[in-house]
Design a protein around this ligand. Structure first.
Ligand code: GLN
Length: 256
């Protein structure tokens, strides 16, 4: 039986708008295919387990982020070594911001960030809130990601980080340049909560497939699943967001 190990970073502190649903989606999609996905929950003061295949960190408010960062810094070298060795990482919103090389909260507190992603985030006094459709390319395939964003941080990408997708509807990284999230080698960051992976099963499978190929070699085939429900949820989310935009019932920038 194939097996994978996933480290879930700070599950109780970094878990907004259903982020834990991403772990459930990965876990179920693996189980349905007979892949044993072991979840290792790691929090403040714990050390990172070895031989991980996937790491996940969800979103959190500025206060939690500052607390988590003081601990994450100590794990930074170990995490970077694992990433250099091919660990697949998915980071959402607050977690995504902490992987960058600078994060300033809207109250002006500044942290360096781990510098794993070449991104910089500065908190503004408006919040970017609403549903998002972003067009992405995964393994040459074009598809849409759907999700929900709620952040004050505005992120800009440096040279090394490529946008994960381009915003069709919604704000994305900063509401200005049309980019959503970032990808740097095997590290994926995004502003999409909501949960992301249950509604975007193709992305969930891409992460599982990448982790399996790294562990068991290229050519590992992922058994297809019946995704009728998941794709219907995906299509309904796209349709709902498009409808709101057609009727112009779309959120603007929310002042605090
Ligand atoms: N605190 C961050 C912001 O508002 C992240 C919020 C989140 O993870 N949703 O930008």
């Amino acid at each position: 039986m194939n097996s994978l190990n996933l480290v879930h970073l700070y599950p109780e502190l970094m878990n907004l708008y259903g982020d834990k649903g991403n772990i459930i989606a990965l876990s179920r999609r693996c189980a349905w295919r007979g892949i044993d996905l072991k979840i290792h929950e790691i929090s403040l003061g714990d050390s990172l387990p070895k031989d991980m295949d996937i790491a996940f960190i969800g979103g959190g408010q500025d206060r939690e982020q500052l607390r988590v960062y003081r601990d994450l810094e100590k794990k930074g070298d170990a995490l970077k070594a694992m990433i250099a060795d091919g660990l697949i990482v998915l980071a959402i919103c607050g977690g995504y911001q902490l992987l960058g090389r600078r994060f300033v909260t809207y109250q002006g507190e500044e942290i360096q960030g781990l510098g794993i992603l070449d991104i910089e985030t500065v908190g503004g006094d408006s919040r970017l809130i609403g549903n998002v459709v972003a067009d992405i390319r995964l393994g040459g395939e074009k598809m849409a990601l759907v999700g929900f964003e709620n952040h004050s941080g505005q992120t800009t990408l440096g040279q090394k980080a490529k946008p994960l997708g381009s915003v069709r509807l919604g704000f994305g990284n900063n509401g200005q340049d049309g980019s959503e999230g970032a990808r740097q080698d095997n590290v994926f960051g995004t502003y999409l909560h909501g949960s992301l992976l249950p509604k975007n099963p193709v992305f969930a499978d891409y992460l599982i497939q990448s982790a399996l190929e790294r562990k068991y070699g290229p050519g590992t085939v992922l058994e297809p699943l019946n995704d009728t429900m998941e794709m219907a949820a995906h299509a309904a989310a796209v349709e709902r967001i498009e409808q709101l935009h057609r009727r112009r019932w779309v959120p603007g920038w929310f002042k605090r």
